[in-house]
Design a protein around this ligand. Structure first.
Ligand SMILES: Nc1nc2c(ncn2[C@@H]2O[C@H](COP(=O)(O)OP(=O)(O)OP(=O)(O)O)[C@@H](O)[C@H]2O)c(=O)[nH]1
Ligand SMILES: [Mg+2]
Length: 235
């Protein structure tokens, strides 16, 4: 049986985490477990995660970090734990319902012939929330184009954080310092450089209904310079 572990990084997702967990488990995917990586959320998400862990013994694990240390390092911590728990497939997804749990079976199906599957907004059949402003659309599209031009990445959606990695891809990772969108770009770039097969699954990305976005100008600017750094570092 293939063992799949879903890594859910959380920062102030108290309202979203319980329904996310129950939707994921209700899909009935055999051998699926969840690892929540919480950064000491002031809204008590970490405590809620602990309650979920006791409600789902042996199927849900919680990692607590001391404070908001960033999405990239939260994912890396979750990946490390997933490998230690014997995962064959490691899924990364947001805990705010922008990444719809019902795509998981399709994502896993595609893994049979790929090393990394990206839930993609920019391949045919994919799209973003209709409520996105023209500016957000331009930023996301423009940022993707820029990242692809600088790195030579073949995928259309380089910044999507809805993904599944094969175990071997996450073993022996070099140090990765990126945190936000740059983290997603760098991980994809590393995979491509190492000759792994990258695939995309069209998804509809819906805006979060509850809680607040942690996206910031710092995260956007980080991606703009990091793409040059990663090209040099993983040459
Ligand atoms: N552990 C941890 N999780 C984080 C951190 N920053 C964001 N997250 C989580 O990462 C996921 C994505 O963050 P969002 O704030 O939704 O950011 P986004 O999806 O890029 O932006 P929006 O589309 O505006 O929501 C969510 O599950 C967050 O709770 C962090 O520093 N630490
Ligand atoms: Mg979000």
């Amino acid at each position: 049986m293939v063992k799949t572990i879903v890594v859910l990084p959380t920062y102030n997702e108290a309202e979203n985490l319980p329904p996310m967990v129950s939707e994921i488990f209700s899909l009935g995917i055999e051998g699926l477990e969840i690892i929540v990586v919480d950064d000491n959320s002031p809204d008590g998400t970490g405590q809620i995660a602990e309650e979920l862990a006791s409600r789902h013994p042996g199927r849900l694990w919680v990692i607590h970090r001391q404070g908001k240390l960033g999405l990239g390092s939260a994912c890396l911590r979750g990946f490390e734990e997933a490998l230690a728990r014997g995962a064959d497939y490691v899924v990364e997804m947001d805990a705010d319902f922008s990444h719809t749990p019902s795509y998981l079976p399709l994502l896993l199906e595609k893994m049979k012939s790929c090393h990394l599957v990206i839930g993609s907004r920019y391949v045919e059949g994919g799209r973003v929330d209709e409520r996105w402003s023209i500016w957000r659309r331009l930023l996301s599209r423009g940022g993707n184009l820029y990242a692809r031009l600088v790195t030579g990445l073949s995928v259309q959606d380089t910044t999507s954080g809805f993904r599944c990695y094969r175990r071997e891809v996450l073993e022996n990772l070099p140090p990765i310092g990126s945190e936000g969108y740059a983290f997603q770009i760098e991980m994809a770039y590393l995979c491509q450089k190492r000759g792994y097969r990258l695939c995309e699954l069209p998804i509809y990305f819906q805006d979060r209904a509850l809680g607040h976005s942690k996206m910031s100008l710092v995260i956007i600017l980080e991606a703009f310079w990091r793409v040059w750094q990663m090209r040099w570092r993983h040459r």
